[in-house]
Each structure stands twice: as structure tokens, then as C-alpha cells.
Design a protein around this ligand. Structure first.
Ligand code: HEC
Length: 294
């Protein structure tokens, strides 16, 4: 029933898309060649983009129990995630050499098969973007050789209950995309360069000012911030139907060893995301020195 409905919706919207595309391609040039014609459509409408979203989704989607309006939203969400937002370019759990692409399907390499995203690492998180250091501020100014923790993309896949990012509500998700707030407080702003044990910066895993550790770094929330509420909801709906990944191999952010783990309902649930009170966070001065040397 749902499948039939979906097929019908896809067929109808694909027709609309085809008509729009044909209009774009076939419309005869009017007036001066360099003047864009006002009759040429500037883009596909939501229904056509939703249909395209289903075509380009690189993973199987769990559409069980979804009603027509949710199905339309999910397709649109896929369009934003897979055609515009490049969420998987950063949130992949794949590593070098192919990162988010399947082996032999990497479009940046010679002699490759057609481009194909690796579905096994899709939005599983773990990509490492290095420490958050502003340019032109000598790292040694107040914090000595301290450079702070690496920024690690998080796991965006849903948990066994179909809630994205391991259990996030739509309200939380919207707030993150609008404000960039890090609800996990993984890397607070340092309050003292020397207040910790042995004169280390505090609190643990902090980012030195002027960087604001309360907001997500690298993540393009200052751009996603401009999305409409319904577009954010569409992305959320899409992220709730992609396959769950319990990422046991990615390097988690410092201080949150199980941040990339996810309860996919396949047996023993993963451990709690964070270190328990009193656990020490391993310091790694050598790797910090090596990073400084770059
Ligand atoms: C340029 C790389 C990049 C892109 C593109 C990107 N992200 Fe992110 N995202 C990150 C990084 C890195 C973090 C973690 C940042 C930190 O720890 O400060 C993050 C964090 C997040 C979080 C917070 C998760 C949590 O646990 O609180 C959400 C939600 C999120 N991203 C969603 C998205 C969505 C949805 C898209 C696509 C529409 C997207 N991201 C595209 C890099 C990116």
C-alpha cells in the first residue's frame, strides 16, 4: 500500500520534474542571447526535488509506517542532505584514501567506476578536523603549547527508535542547526590556562579563547541557520530513516569515548556516551607537540 503510493508519488513528481527540465532545456532563447528569459524556471519545486531525493539517497530507507506527507518530507530531506548540504562529506566514518566513497568509485581518482557513496560509513561520524585554532593568534600567547582537542564530526544516524543522531528530538535538532549549540558540551571554552593538574588548562578538553567552545566548530551551522523550519524538519525526517550505524572504530572526541556509539537494537546496547565522574581524561603531550609542529 505504502509502496504503491510511493511509486505513484514518484511517478507523478518525476513527470513534473521532466516537464520542468524539458522547459529549461528546450525553451527557445528570447531577445539578446545574454539576457536570461523570465519564463525559464529557476528551479525544481519541492515535489520534484523530493522525488529526486529518493533517486539519489545512497542507502536503503526504512519507510515503514510513513504517511504521504512524511514520505514527501523524507525525499526533500534527502535532497538537502545528498545534493546540497554534503553532510556525509564531513560526517562519514570512512577514512583515507576514499573517505565517503566506495572503493574504486572515488570520483577524484583516475580510472574509477561511476561515483558511489560508501553506504557502510554513511553519516556514521568520526572524521577528524584537527584542533580549533584561530589564525593570527600565536598558540603560545596565554596557553603555552596547549592546542586543545580535535574537532570530530558526530554520528548522525538514528538509534533503534528512529531518532536521528542517536536519539535527538526535532526541537533539539532545529536548535542545533539554528544556533550551533553543542548540546554535548564536548569542548567548553577554557576558563584558565593553568588551573588544572600540573598547570594545565581547565576545564578538561577545553578550547582556548577567542574560540567559543559552546558552539560547534567546522560544522556549517552559520549557513544551515538560514534554512526554513520545514526544510530543517525534512532533513530531520530523512535522518530518521537511514540505517543505524554503531561506530566502534572511529576516533571519538576527547572526553566522550562513546560519542560515536549508537544503540541499533542488535544486542548489547553501547556503553554510556561519556566518561563517568572521576575518570581521568588521558593527556597526550607528544601528539600535541607533533600537531603544533605542523
Ligand atoms: C564541513 C563539514 C561539515 C558539514 C558539511 C556538515 N557537518 Fe555537521 N558537524 C561537523 C563537525 C566537525 C561537527 C562536530 C563539531 C564540534 O565538535 O565542534 C558537526 C556536528 C553536527 C551536529 C551536532 C551533533 C551533536 O551530537 O550534537 C549535527 C546535528 C550536525 N553536525 C548535522 C549536520 C547536517 C544535518 C549536515 C548537512 C545538512 C551537516 N552536519 C554538515 C561538520 C560538518
Amino acid at each position: 500500500m505504502t509502496q504503491t503510493l510511493l511509486r505513484k508519488t514518484l511517478a507523478a513528481t518525476a513527470t513534473v520534474a521532466a516537464v520542468l527540465l524539458a522547459a529549461t532545456v528546450l525553451a527557445p532563447p528570447r531577445g539578446h542571447a545574454q539576457t536570461p528569459s523570465p519564463t525559464i524556471p529557476i528551479g525544481l519545486d519541492d515535489a520534484a526535488r523530493s522525488a529526486l531525493g529518493y533517486v539519489i539517497a545512497p542507502v536503503p530507507l526504512n519507510l515503514k509506517g510513513k504517511n504521504p506527507s512524511q514520505l514527501a518530507q523524507i525525499g526533500l530531506g534527502s535532497y538537502f542532505v545528498n545534493a546540497i548540504g554534503d553532510c556525509n562529506g564531513c560526517h562519514t566514518s570512512g577514512g583515507p584514501p576514499n573517505f565517503n566513497y566506495a572503493a574504486n568509485h572515488n570520483p577524484y581518482f583516475l580510472s574509477q567506476l561511476p561515483t558511489m557513496v560508501d553506504p557502510t560509513t554513511y553519516l556514521g561520524g568520526g572524521a577528524d578536523f584537527g584542533p580549533a585554532l584561530p589564525f593570527n593568534v600565536p598558540p603560545g600567547t596565554a596557553y603555552g603549547s596547549y592546542v586543545g582537542p580535535d574537532m570530530i564530526a558526530r554520528n548522525l544516524t538514528p538509534n533503534k527508535n528512529g531518532l536521528p543522531e542517536g536519539g535527538m528530538s526535532l526541537a533539539q535538532f532545529t536548535q542545533i542547526l539554528r544556533t550551533g549549540i553543542d548540546m554535548d558540551h564536548i569542548h567548553p571554552t577554557c576558563t584558565s590556562p593553568t588551573g588544572g593538574p600540573g598547570g594545565t588548562p581547565t576545564p578538561a578538553n577545553c578550547i582556548p579563547p577567542p574560540v567559543n567552545g559552546a558552539v560547534l566548530q567546522v560544522m556549517p551551522w552559520p549557513v544551515f541557520h538560514n534554512l526554513s523550519d520545514s526544510d530543517i524538519a525534512a532533513i530531520y525526517q530523512y535522518l530518521s530513516v537511514i540505517p543505524c550505524i554503531d561506530n566502534k572504530t572511529g576516533t571519538p572526541p576527547a572526553g566522550a569515548p562513546n560519542e560515536l556509539r549508537n544503540d541499533c537494537g542488535n544486542g548489547t546496547p553501547p556503553p554510556s556516551k561519556y566518561l563517568h565522574g572521576g575518570d581521568s581524561v588521558p593527556q597526550d603531550p607528544l601528539s600535541r607537540q607533533l600537531r603544533r609542529a605542523h
